[in-house]
Design a protein around this ligand. Structure first.
Ligand SMILES: [Zn+2]
Length: 142
């Protein structure tokens, strides 16, 4: 038996929200109040406030690519430059390098994934050939 879905303000008209501000915070791209994530990176089935179905949300490897390009590469450069310039002991690499790589590789994933999901909603981005799915979702919820 499934839990009842409590949907508030389904018929409400929603103003356009910035996918950057709502996505980075992990908030619903339609109402701005609900949440996109149920865990650290797991996307909810629907918004708990407005009922937006997140079936359209599939950023795939996008968050990982952005993190690799803009966060991990600078982290690795930091560790390499630390070795080249200071030649510290192994304990310094363990104390500085490992946390830097973990922080730059893991922490940005959630806000970037939220931003990509919100951008998918705002731009109506979808895989080729799934236009009928978006139309059904969009007409049903707006
Ligand atoms: Zn919502």
């Amino acid at each position: 038996m499934s839990k009842p879905i409590h949907i508030r303000a389904v018929d409400k008209t929603y103003p356009p929200l910035s996918p950057v501000t709502t996505g980075i915070k992990g908030h619903c791209p339609r109402c701005g109040e609900g949440h996109i994530f149920v865990g650290f990176l797991t996307i909810r089935d629907h918004c708990e406030i407005c009922g937006l179905d997140y079936a359209f949300a599939d950023p795939a490897d996008g968050p990982a690519v952005f993190v690799q390009l803009f966060a991990c590469v600078p982290g690795v450069i930091f560790v390499v430059m630390l070795e080249i310039l200071a030649r510290p002991g192994l304990w310094v690499h363990l104390a500085l390098g490992v946390p830097v790589l973990i922080l730059t590789g893991v922490l940005p994933l959630r806000p970037i994934k939220g931003w990509l999901v919100a951008a998918q909603y705002t731009t109506r981005a979808q895989e080729a050939g799934t236009g009928a799915l978006w139309s059904q979702l969009h007409n049903k919820n707006d």
